[in-house]
Design a protein around this ligand. Structure first.
Ligand SMILES: N[C@@H](Cc1ccccc1)C(=O)O
Length: 494
């Protein structure tokens, strides 16, 4: 291949063909407008500006953009230019003093009176307007006479909305000394070939081609294609794991009765979590489902079981109240009520609502991953094993369990995962449903149940310091968040 002239001076990246053509056109001129260059090169002005940008980056040319304004009176301005500003016309309409009420009859009084006062032309006292003196012509009135050149007078007219500002930009460009030197050394203006073809190789023509150089030291412009929100991506991944483990996905309404959200889970009616400050109550009420009497009996005295219940009188009114679901455990028990025979493996990943003060780690709405496994002979060990397995698949290798309490499970645990830099982080609740929960619906087989904070997991997996980021649609964050397919995220995935 021919050695390109002065390749050393062009830097390692070379100069594009279009840039060279542009430099040749600029040679011998001082400043040229983009338009005239475009005309000579028989191309679009935008293209010329783009090539000039490249040349500028390489130090061969400079560009200057000059914005010029042309000011013209608008329709209203034209009228005032002929007849005078409203305040002048108004002032000329009377001598000495005039009753305010009379002057208000004047069609221009609305605009004019204020301006006359502002300019100190008149004094208003006891409903009477009096001239102060001879009211000399102001800079705005001078400007109105034209020509409209920049200055305080014009600014005053612009502020009063009497002017149209026509803006036009002219881009000029010229060679730098380096650009001139490059042109003087001679530019290789032969056509460039961007792609070598089979033909070129066969005929040996490739040896004589002027091949376009790649700028391998430059990053290409960043591509920001559409993609799934990082949080949704994580939720999809969790869903996939559970589906692969043989679970059925269930769903339910955001609005639930207190009955399903609390009572069916043997949560006593005076439980603090049911208080207004923790739960969003709605004005609506709903009918109690068939079989609610058995839940009532369970609360009051333990129904037909050995449990003694909570005692007292269970109020149907309280149970009829509608709430924004505070957890998804209410969906699990509803599902079991209609599917009381084993085996059942069900899950849902859904939004729940709690009256939390908003801060970096609390939002009043967040997602939970809820699940149940009902089968003959499933035990507490299976529950721990399952949770461990799930977290492993999510990429948390260290999982441990702390004893916990929920009104609906016994025994109960809170799983924790170990996160570098944070230590052990609590990430949900789990346990075996109590007899008080399952018995009213004829469920006789053990039920493993859990509810995990999905947004918590997301925070840890996405390295967020602020939970709110998940809900904020911060476009920069969304663009920057890496796309990690499930398979590459965790080496423990089996
Ligand atoms: N509902 C509990 C989690 C949980 C679900 C199922 C069983 C035990 C605990 C919570 O919201 O924190």
């Amino acid at each position: 291949m021919e050695k390109e002239p002065s390749a050393d001076k062009r830097g390692p990246t070379g100069v594009t063909q279009n840039e060279k053509r542009l430099l040749a056109v600029l040679a011998g001129h001082l400043d040229r407008t983009a338009e005239s260059v475009a005309e000579e090169m028989q191309t679009a002005t935008d293209a010329v500006i783009q090539w000039a940008h490249l040349a500028e980056e390489n130090g061969f040319a400079t560009m200057t953009r000059t914005v010029t304004h042309t000011y013209v009176l608008n329709e209203e301005g034209e009228v005032y230019a002929r007849a005078g500003l409203p305040e002048r016309q108004l002032l000329n309409s009377f001598e000495g003093s005039i009753e305010m009420a009379t002057l208000k009859q004047h069609p221009l009084s609305k605009i004019g009176i204020g301006w006359m006062r502002k300019k100190g032309w008149v004094t208003i006292r006891d409903g009477l307007i009096s001239r102060n003196g001879d009211a000399p012509e102001g800079i705005d009135e001078l400007a109105l006479k034209g020509p409209l050149t920049e200055g305080e007078g014009l600014n005053a007219l612009i502020r009063r909305g009497l002017i149209v500002d026509h803006e036009s930009a002219v881009t000029t460009m010229r060679l730098t000394p380096a650009g001139e030197a490059l042109v003087n050394e001679g530019l290789d203006l032969r056509e460039e070939t961007g792609q070598i073809t089979h033909e070129h190789l066969l005929t040996g023509e490739w040896e004589h081609l002027n091949l376009r150089r790649y700028r391998i030291d430059r990053l290409p412009r960043r591509a920001v294609p559409g993609k799934i929100h990082p949080y949704q991506r994580l939720i999809n991944e969790m869903r996939q794991i559970l589906l692969e483990m043989g679970f059925t996905e269930i769903s339910g309404e955001l609005v639930q009765s207190a009955f399903w959200n609390f009572d069916a889970l043997f949560q006593p009616q005076d439980h603090p979590a049911r208080e207004m400050q923790d739960t969003f109550y709605l004005a609506e009420e709903t009918d109690l489902p068939e079989g609610y009497e058995r839940v009532k009996a369970m609360h009051e005295h333990g129904g037909d079981t050995t449990s003694s219940g909570w005692g007292g009188v269970w109020s149907g009114k309280k149970a009829e109240q509608c709430v924004l679901r505070t957890h998804t455990t209410g969906l699990s028990i509803q599902y079991l009520a209609t599917h009381p025979e084993p085996p059942v493996r069900a899950f849902c990943i859904s939004r729940v609502y709690r009256r939390e003060a908003i801060d970096p780690t609390h939002t009043p709405e967040f997602e939970q991953l809820e699940g149940v496994v009902m089968d003959k002979e499933v035990t507490f060990s299976h529950l721990l094993g399952f949770l461990k397995e799930f977290y492993l698949k999510m990429g948390f290798a260290d999982v441990r369990f702390r004893p916990a309490y929920f009104p609906y499970t016994e025994p109960s645990v809170e799983p924790e995962v170990y996160v570098d830099g944070l230590g052990w982080v609590e990430i949900g609740g789990a346990g075996i449903f109590r007899q008080e929960v399952t018995d009213p619906w004829g469920v006789k087989t053990p039920v493993l149940a859990w509810g995990l904070g999905v947004s918590r997991v997301a925070m840890l997996k996405l390295g967020l310091k602020d939970l709110r980021m998940l809900y904020r649609s911060d476009i920069d964050w969304i663009r920057d968040a890496p796309i990690l397919p499930a398979d590459t995220q965790s080496s423990t995935r089996r």
